[in-house]
Ligand binder design. Structure first.
Ligand code: SDX
Length: 394
């Protein structure tokens, strides 16, 4: 600390705000959305109901639920001109980069989002447009990458059914929804829906604090989530497991590499800034892995390696001393892969799940009229010195 400035890189010990959205207890492995335990929501709720809960603060009654679902359903289409963007992206474009660009572009098509004095109805409309259109934008990037025809949303389907339909249906065949897959995806999206002041939620808050429009704040959140230390870990976990399998399955060797300070390799999907005993979401996802893969008759070698890594790491003092346990990203990719989601879209699924949480965090920041985010620093650079003309420089 110098004067009034306390240095806290990564904000490990800094509370940036007061929030009523999500409660975490890192020691006890507790996660609650607006007071409801995640275990109960994963078991009994559906993703749109959880989205309503996070954004509005309470579970919806029948009328509120019907209205919310009808609003989302009626805003799944995107402006036809936006399709041309997809043809412009190179085939190498990562779906997270496409999603971030497309979400930010929504502000061009919906200028009311840029009016700082817009009405409550316009603010709500932006929420509904975001939740509705993120699935359409995600599915379009998948269809574009496959060179397949775009599939328009079907307003008779539920939110998750519609996403799967837009992703995997092809006009020449009948598309059958598998209830096991719909249920698994609902549960995964609920488990990803919010997580208090994580890196991407803090990004959405700080971008929103400058009164930038919500579409661009969410686009910034997608960019933050993309990093392999954050939401990008679910893709990095599967790539790590496949690398270990290709390397002969010697997971002990890779555990030793993860412990070696001179080796930059980290066990992806392990560790968490807050959870120091277990991530309650990983517990639920791991259990769901077995159920879903069994029901789908999928035998994924990666699951076997993941279980072995967890088993060995949990007995290893290096991991125990540092409180390193599987986090939400460790098993989620196994399920996404079983569903048919391509690896490079795993983090897009994370973003679809996290969107209601980002919206709830942004809404709370606006309602609390929080000041623009602008941290200070401790200056350690050069002291005052005079300009030297280039002729006199060495
Ligand atoms: C998410 O914040 C959230 O809530 C995020 C999230 C959400 O829902 O929004 O939960 C989603 O991002 C989950 C995390 C996904 N990331 C990964 O799985 C990547 C691998 N994990 C790490 O890089 C790391 O654990 C973090 C980024 C998750 C947390 O990093 P911290 O809190 O800054 O901890 P740290 O890097 O300071 O590590 C503490 C120690 C260090 O060793 P020492 O210097 O004390 O000797 O633990 C070691 C680290 O080297 N360590 C690891 C490790 N993670 C931490 N060593 C090997 N493998 C790892 N995975």
């Amino acid at each position: 600390t110098t004067g009034l400035i306390t240095l806290d890189p990564g904000y490990k010990n800094t509370g940036a705000t007061k929030s009523a959205v999500t409660f975490l207890d890192g020691e006890k492995g507790i996660l609650r959305y607006r007071g409801y335990p995640i275990e109960q929501l994963a078991e009994n709720s559906d993703f749109l109901e959880v989205a309503y809960l996070l954004i509005n603060g309470d579970l919806p009654n029948k009328k509120q639920s019907a209205y919310f679902k009808e609003r989302i359903t009626n805003h799944t289409l995107i402006h036809e001109d936006m399709k041309r963007f997809y043809e412009a992206f190179p085939s190498t474009a990562h779906p997270m980069g496409i999603l971030s660009s497309m979400l930010s572009s929504l502000s061009t098509f919906y200028p009311e989002s840029q009016n700082p004095n817009r009405s409550i109805e316009d603010i709500e409309l932006t929420f509904h447009r975001l939740v509705a259109k993120i699935t359409t934008l995600a599915a379009l990037s998948y269809k574009s990458s496959k060179g397949q025809p775009y599939i328009y949303p079907d307003n008779k389907k539920s939110y998750v059914e519609n996403f799967l339909y837009m992703m995997f249906a092809v006009p020449s065949e009948k598309y059958e929804l598998d209830p096991v897959v719909v249920d698994a995806l609902n549960k995964l999206l609920i488990l990803h829906a919010d997580h208090e002041q994580n890196c991407s939620a803090s990004t959405v808050r700080i971008v929103g604090s400058s009164q930038s429009n919500l579409y661009s704040a969410i686009s910034a959140g997608v960019s933050a989530l993309w990093g392999p230390l954050h939401g990008g870990a679910n893709q990095a976990v599967i790539e790590m497991l496949e690398m270990i399998i290709a390397d002969g399955g010697d997971y002990q060797k890779w555990i030793e590499k993860a412990k070696d300070k001179n080796d930059s390799f980290r066990l992806m999907g392990f560790g968490h800034r807050v959870y120091k005993n277990f991530d309650p979401r990983a517990t639920i996802i791991k259990k769901s892995c077995d159920e879903i893969l069994a029901k789908m008759g999928v035998d994924d070698k990666a699951l076997g390696i993941a279980r072995k890594l967890e088993e060995v790491a949990l007995k290893d003092p290096y991991f125990i001393e540092r409180g390193l346990y599987p986090n939400v990203d460790f098993y989620s990719g196994i399920i996404y892969r079983a569903i048919g989601i391509p690896t490079e879209m795993f983090t897009v699924l994370f973003a679809i799940g996290r969107l209601p949480g980002w919206i709830a965090q942004w809404k709370e920041m606006i309602e609390n009229q929080e000041p623009i985010g602008r941290p200070r620093q401790v200056y350690v650079g050069a002291t005052k010195r005079d300009y030297v003309p280039i002729e006199k420089r060495k």
